[in-house]
Design a protein around this ligand. Structure first.
Ligand code: PHE
Ligand code: FE
Length: 287
């Protein structure tokens, strides 16, 4: 591609954003703030606040990178869109997060299949302020390079999808969101926690790696971790023998249910969540 470097990095060119593009950012940011303050996990909300990402408008990557680098050694590099897998993993392994710079159009406010700057910056970057999660992402990059070499990328990609993009976490206050694909979607931030349709299954590494996923609609399965420590412990072992084991097993459909799956009930905490915001308590039947 013209003008791009071998690592696909480009300039963000912050000055070039139009007033309309900043307005779209503000709209998306404010809408998610309202939805996420009682739905996102604590680590995400803390990271967002420490970064100073706000409703002012599209942030400048240089400013964000300076804050991020001081906290966890990560930086943001601007890229034109999805980049080849090997380049993506090499960035993560070097603690560089590849972020798109374009923002969705007004007719795409509710759903966009590809990542844009709102998804990348508001969805992914806040958790990179968390030291443990920052290490997980780097380890994932290294694991990605390894999986590529072994020919098992589809298995590893599902782990990314069902954790980094669409993961839920169980907390003392009930289920919370940490997956960036959910965090950047107004519809899915409500659906993932409150809707009775999707299944919420206890995270199990092999189960996750066998499960195909859909990229064109809300998920039919979410995997729930008990803590980030649990996720890191499950992903620390060498995956090479696990890949060999999985190669002999069939893939699972995005809505599959196995007898050994541990299904979590839909979160009744939705009541608590909403009531907290309103002064006098409305009756539970309204929710
Ligand atoms: N342990 C994995 C491997 O050996 C690497 C990895 C770490 C993958 C963390 C994802 C997340 O391939
Ligand atoms: Fe993403």
């Amino acid at each position: 591609m013209d003008g791009t470097r071998p690592d696909c990095a480009i300039e963000q060119d912050w000055q070039a954003y139009s007033a309309e593009e900043h307005a779209i950012w503000r709209f998306l940011f404010e809408r998610q703030q309202r939805l996420l303050k009682d739905r996102a996990c604590r680590e995400y909300l803390d990271g967002l606040q420490a970064l100073g990402v706000a409703s002012g408008g599209i942030p400048d990557f240089r400013r964000l990178s300076d804050i991020l680098e001081r906290a966890t050694g990560w930086r943001i590099v601007a890229v034109p869109g999805l980049v080849p897998d090997d380049i993506f993993f090499a960035h993560l392994a070097a603690r560089r997060f590849p972020s798109t710079c374009f923002i969705r159009r007004r007719d795409q406010l509710d759903y966009l299949q590809e990542p844009d700057i709102f998804h990348d910056i508001c969805g992914h970057v806040p958790l990179l302020m968390n030291p443990a999660f920052a290490d997980y992402m780097q380890a994932y990059g290294q694991g990605g390079l390894k999986a590529l070499g072994l020919g098992h990328l589809p298995h590893l990609a599902r782990l990314y999808w069902y954790t980094v993009e669409f993961g839920l976490i169980e907390t003392a206050d009930g289920l919370r969101i940490y997956g960036s694909g959910i965090l950047s979607s107004a519809g899915e931030s409500v659906y993932a926690l409150d809707d009775p349709r999707p299944r919420r299954l206890r995270f199990d590494l092999r189960r996750v790696m066998r499960t195909r996923y859909r990229i064109d609609d809300f998920q039919e399965i979410y995997f729930v971790i008990g803590s980030f420590e649990e996720l890191f412990a499950a992903t620390r072992p060498d995956f090479a023998p696990i890949y060999r084991e999985l190669a002999a097993l069939p893939d699972l459909e995005p809505d599959a249910l196995l007898p050994e799956d541990r299904v979590l009930p839909p979160t009744p905490k939705a009541h608590k969540r909403r009531h907290k915001k309103i002064g006098p308590q409305p009756s539970a039947a309204q929710v």
